[in-house]
Design a protein around this ligand. Structure first.
Ligand SMILES: [Zn+2]
Length: 237
């Protein structure tokens, strides 16, 4: 082959490759934030395949978490950092008081920043839609039974510190509906029918925003509540 033909073919290949790279970069840039692993977490967006990765980032980056809350419509106020326990093993930093989320809670929610962020997205994208699909009435209030508690897992004297000991988890016992009925994990889970389908849908959906999700399927200690946490251990059961 003559040199100029070879040069022309090489130039053509390089141009096509450059165009392909440019198109790929444009494609990634134009993805909705919930579909792009490079985008920062936007709590007002639906859940996409990159949402879990973005929640991972705010879980370990306090400034990113605070920024995500500030940019969203959730209303929180900061809580003073606290160190507790015999060995200073309990307490929290960068925690927030949930002033207004999508749904009210049966008791004040004072949690880690990542828990508040994950709750907000879960309420809107999972709880509200699952209620519309399975229940006769929208959710009016979330029945919560605990966030912060200085203790080990299952309250044992030995063993691993509970995520509750750093306000990094929340236990949810049920959902009060606008018609006054309460869907409880304790009796709804095993009952079958729409309540059981709803409770499983909110458990499954919680795994998209939370890191650790435990339900009655996990063990008897969770027969009456869903445990949702933002700890390091990834589990959905
Ligand atoms: Zn728990």
């Amino acid at each position: 082959m003559q040199w100029w033909k070879r040069a022309a073919i090489t130039a053509a290949i390089l141009i096509v490759a450059a165009l392909a790279v440019w198109r790929a970069v444009e494609w990634v840039r134009n993805l909705p934030p919930e579909q792009s692993p490079f985008a920062t977490l936007d709590l007002e967006r639906p859940i996409g395949w990159a949402t879990g990765m973005q929640f991972d980032r705010i879980r370990t980056d306090p400034l990113a978490c605070t920024a995500a809350l500030s940019a969203s419509e959730i209303e929180t106020s900061p809580i003073e950092d606290r160190v507790e326990g015999d060995a200073g093993q309990c307490g929290f930093a960068n925690a927030v008081s949930l002033e207004r989320s999508l749904f009210p809670y049966s008791a004040p929610v004072r949690s880690s920043c990542p828990v508040a962020a994950a709750l907000y997205v879960w309420e809107r994208e999972v709880v509200a839609t699952a209620a519309a699909q399975w229940l006769e009435s929208p959710v009016a209030r979330i029945e919560m039974i605990g966030v912060y508690s200085c203790r080990n897992v299952y309250g044992r004297s030995e063993g691993r510190l509970s995520e509750h000991a750093t306000a990094n988890s929340i236990d949810i016992a049920g959902f009060r509906l606008e018609n006054g009925r309460v869907v409880r994990v304790l009796d709804g889970w095993a009952e079958g029918g729409p309540d059981a389908a709803f409770l499983r849908a909110v458990r499954d959906g919680a795994c998209e925003t939370f890191q650790g999700v435990l339900s009655p399927d996990y063990n008897r200690a969770h027969a009456d509540h869903l445990h949702l946490d933002m700890g390091a251990y990834d589990i959905c059961s």
